[in-house]
Every structure is written in C-alpha cells, then in structure tokens.
Design a protein around this ligand. Structure first.
Ligand code: DQA
Length: 159
C-alpha cells in the first residue's frame, strides 16, 4: 500500500541554494523536492512537496492534512520559533508528524532554541542538511507501518 505524505516547507526555503549557502547548503529547493520524491519512492511513499512564505497558506495545508489524515514532514522555518497559530493547527492532526530542519537550531542564535511546534510532533530531525528530510521520511514510513498494524477501534470494542 502506498502512503501519501505531505512535505511542507515554510518561509524562505524556496530560496535554498542562494540563501546563506554556508548554513543551508548549495542545493536548490527543486533539488530538495526531487530528493524527497525519490526517497519516498524507495520507502513506498507518495510524496507531495510544497513551500510557502505565507503562514495562512501553510496552515491551510495542515488543515488539509488533518482532514485527510495524511502524515506530514514539516520544516516550519522561522515559524518554528513563534507561530502559535501553526502549532494549534498541527495539534488537530492525528497522523504522524516529523519536524525537520536543515541546520541545527540548537547550535545557532538563542531565538532559534525554542520550537513551539516540537511538542505536537512525533519527533524532530535537525542538523543533517538535506539528509534531515530523508531521515524524517524514513521515520514517517516506520510510524505509518506501525499505525497500520495497530488494531482498529472496532477490534478493541467490547463484544
Ligand atoms: C530552519 C531553521 C530556522 O531557524 C530558520 O528560520 C529557517 C530554516 C532550518 O531548516 O534549518 O528558515 O528551519
């Protein structure tokens, strides 16, 4: 069975390759998207990669994931550190969520040390460049397989 996954990216990540390459590397966003899709194919995942600079658009994609119960890999970019609106949207979802970062925010400026979304994610992968996304997709594949193997609510109901 193919699992559909959304890989959502927040502000300025569309500028990968030209944006602070010493921090974020030289690959473009399109190269990142292709890496996610090809990694997904190897893991049996159908990966839809999106990027926006707009908080409301990002939140609308999280609502879409919540309604369709789609697993999400999310790089919230700077929204990580202050968007309670994004955090509240994420709290509505039930499928797996992995927070991802290209850099390691814990090694950078102190405002990056807080993630307001981490507490509603299943886990976080940070600091491995684009490999962070590959590891996050691997975690999603594992979590989706585990949840598919769990007995449904009907099988645990009293006779
Ligand atoms: C980032 C880290 C954030 O602190 C920053 O605002 C970003 C990118 C990362 O992938 O390393 O835009 O999420």
């Amino acid at each position: 069975m193919i699992t559909q996954v959304l890989v959502l990216n927040g502000p300025n990540l569309g500028r990968l390759g030209v944006r602070e390459p010493e921090v974020y590397g030289s690959a473009s966003f399109e190269e990142l998207a292709e890496l996610c899709r090809s990694t997904g194919r190897k893991l049996g995942l159908s990966v839809d990669v999106r990027q926006t600079d707009d908080e409301s658009e990002l939140i609308s994609w999280v609502h879409e994931a919540a309604d369709a119960r789609l697993p999400v890999v999310l790089n919230p970019a700077a929204f990580t550190h202050y968007s309670y609106a994004l955090r509240d949207a994420l709290a509505m979802r039930t499928a797996p969520l992995v927070e991802v970062h290209i850099s390691n925010p814990a090694k950078r400026e102190s405002f990056r040390h807080t993630s307001v979304v981490a507490a509603v994610a299943d886990g976080t992968v940070a600091g491995f460049g684009l490999v962070s996304y590959q590891l996050a997709l691997q975690a999603i594949a594992e979590l989706a397989a585990e949840r598919a193997a769990e007995p449904g609510p009907e099988s645990s109901a009293a006779p």
